[in-house]
Ligand binder design. Structure first.
Ligand SMILES: Nc1ncnc2c1ncn2[C@@H]1O[C@H](COP(=O)(O)OP(=O)(O)OP(=O)(O)O)[C@@H](O)[C@H]1O
Ligand SMILES: [Mg+2]
Length: 509
């Protein structure tokens, strides 16, 4: 560590930082300065370089040029652990905790309270419970972390980072899997830490959240710094224009989707459910229609999708395709019937990180064709190329491991995988999560296009504006039960919210 620094207004700084991966310049001479007592939003499209910049600031990557400066002194963190020892706590975009260890162990990994050199399990558990209760989380801290939902894991990762952050807290898309209530709690914590003088970096694709808590924003585009500005004085349109370098409409205005209830349904779930996971529900879908599913996290939305795709077997009711009764004992059977499912948690359930972009795209199609009819490389290239273009997947090469793509581009790869199987019924669980504003509109358009092509789609989403834009019916889930099916004029964000909150229309809280 050299001590050539001088006084500075910044706690943590990147000075002229560049990072090159192979042929690709992920960051190009970027300056970034973080003050104590501020919430600084770092914004940009998928692949703009946000995660790369914070990985350099926190020792997970080394810069190829430029310097990281802490309190005016140039530093070279060997790894995130060293950065932690200087009071820099980080939640990386992909939760990197240990799913097979307990919640408590994960919280205190590397800094457990010990007694005579022994880690004290009971003390750790007590501390863990106390810590989580501040976030309103009352769970068994001795259970394996992996047994909990992504949202809970995310909160554990945040608690851990907050505990470690004496000086700087870095949050890379921490709210991606949280519901509104959890986001509010996180914001309360952030406000308090800010008042205590902590410097906070916040990466998100939710502009509302930026406007709710950020003091300043820094915008990156294609690895270059576009600017750093106080948020006051900026409008949403300004921010988006800086991110994209052009104007965009947020969500294409599609309204008045006709219901296709005429004619027989293509797929029907009649009284299906799974004890302890989701109460019996009845949903039917016609060709060329999108059924939206709304509900809070944990309301049974994903559980419903899992039953529909044969991951969990229904223990009641029946499933019919084109009016013929079918059994769905496994996802393989569902795929054989032309079903596809893009899960919400791409890291755990979707992406094969070490396989190439091309392999990740063709894998479901290959499985459907059977391994005796192996696609040759040219066929694979062609299919991958087509869908990568359709969805604007940004990768320098389709042969690179998919884990090297930015988070949002990985999400699109999973969507491409299922589109490649040419499904008749496609389930999308939070398809726009972690995806930038430009690509959001793109995915909404893709959903509308697929509907016009005659697909039946079930789309689970927390983005009510989007649900309203493409759905001809909306199913509302609450407490693991399907509580409403809205159609026609009922499909508005406010009616959906009322149904989610169990409030009769017209009544206020
Ligand atoms: N280890 C790596 N090897 C090769 N390329 C990489 C690596 N990490 C990132 N990249 C590339 O660098 C670019 C910037 O990626 P980064 O993850 O920083 O984007 P991001 O702004 O965080 O995007 P998102 O909003 O999708 O998370 C992308 O093109 C990505 O594919
Ligand atoms: Mg990222």
């Amino acid at each position: 560590m050299d001590h050539g620094g001088s006084g500075t207004e910044f706690v943590l700084e990147a000075r002229g930082v560049s990072k090159i991966f192979g042929q690709h310049r992920a960051l190009d001479g970027v300056n970034f300065g973080l003050r104590s007592g501020e919430v600084h939003a770092l914004l940009g499209e998928n692949g703009a370089g946000k995660s790369t910049l914070i990985k350099i600031l926190t020792g997970a990557h080394q810069p190829d040029a430029g310097a990281v400066v802490l309190d005016g002194v140039s530093v070279h963190f060997r790894d995130p652990l060293e950065a932690q020892s200087y009071g820099i706590g980080t939640v990386y975009q992909e939760v990197n905790l240990l799913p097979n260890r307990s919640v408590a162990e994960n919280l205190f990994l590397g800094h457990q309270p010990t007694r005579f050199g022994f880690v004290r399990k009971s003390l750790i558990a007590r501390n863990a419970r106390a810590l989580l209760s501040r976030y309103g989380l009352d769970i068994d801290v001795e259970a394996e972390l992996g047994s909990y939902s992504v949202a809970v894991q995310q909160i554990v990762a945040i608690c851990r980072a907050v505990e470690l952050s004496g000086k700087v807290l870095v949050l890379d898309e921490p709210t991606a899997s949280l519901d509104k209530h959890e986001v509010d709690r996180l914001f309360d914590v952030i406000a308090k830490l800010k008042a205590d003088g902590l410097a906070i970096v916040f990466i998100t694709h939710f502009l509302d959240q930026v406007f709710a808590i950020a003091d300043r924003v820094t915008i990156l585009r294609n690895g270059k710094l576009i600017g750093t500005e106080p948020l006051a004085g900026l409008t949403r349109t300004d921010v988006v224009r800086m991110m994209l370098g052009k104007d965009v409409s947020f969500v294409p205005a599609v309204t008045g989707i006709e219901e296709r209830a005429a004619g027989p349904a293509m797929v029907e779930f009649d009284g299906c459910g799974k004890a302890g996971k989701v109460k019996p529900f009845s949903v039917s879908l016609h060709k060329g229609e999108v059924v939206g599913v709304a509900g809070l996290l944990g309301s049974g939305r994903t559980e419903m999708a899992r039953v529909m795709f044969g991951i969990d077997q229904t223990d009641c009711g029946e499933i019919r395709i084109d009016n013929r009764r079918v059994e769905l004992k496994s996802p393989a059977q569902a795929i054989a019937h032309g079903f596809g499912f893009c899960p919400e948690d791409r890291k755990a359930e979707g992406i094969f990180g070490d396989l190439s972009v091309r392999e990740n795209i063709i894998i479901a199609l290959q499985g459907k064709l059977g391994w005796f009819r192996a696609l040759n490389r040219d066929e694979q290239m062609e299919i991958a190329g087509k869908f990568a273009e359709d969805l604007d997947i940004r990768a320098h090469s389709h042969d690179m491991p998919v884990k090297l793509l930015s988070g949002g581009n990985q999400q699109k790869v999973i969507l491409a995988r299922w589109l490649a199987t040419d499904p008749t019924f496609l389930i999308l669980d939070e398809p726009t999560r972690g995806i930038d504003v430009g690509a959001h509109a793109e995915i909404v358009r893709t959903i509308s296009r697929l509907r016009e092509d005659g697909l039946a789609l079930l789309v689970i989403s927390s983005e009510l504006d989007e649900v309203v834009a493409y759905s001809s019916r909306v199913v509302v889930m609450r407490d693991r039960e399907m509580v409403a099916e809205l159609r026609g004029d009922q499909i508005t964000p406010s009616v959906i919210v009322q149904a989610i909150a169990a409030q009769p229309e017209g009544e206020t809280a």
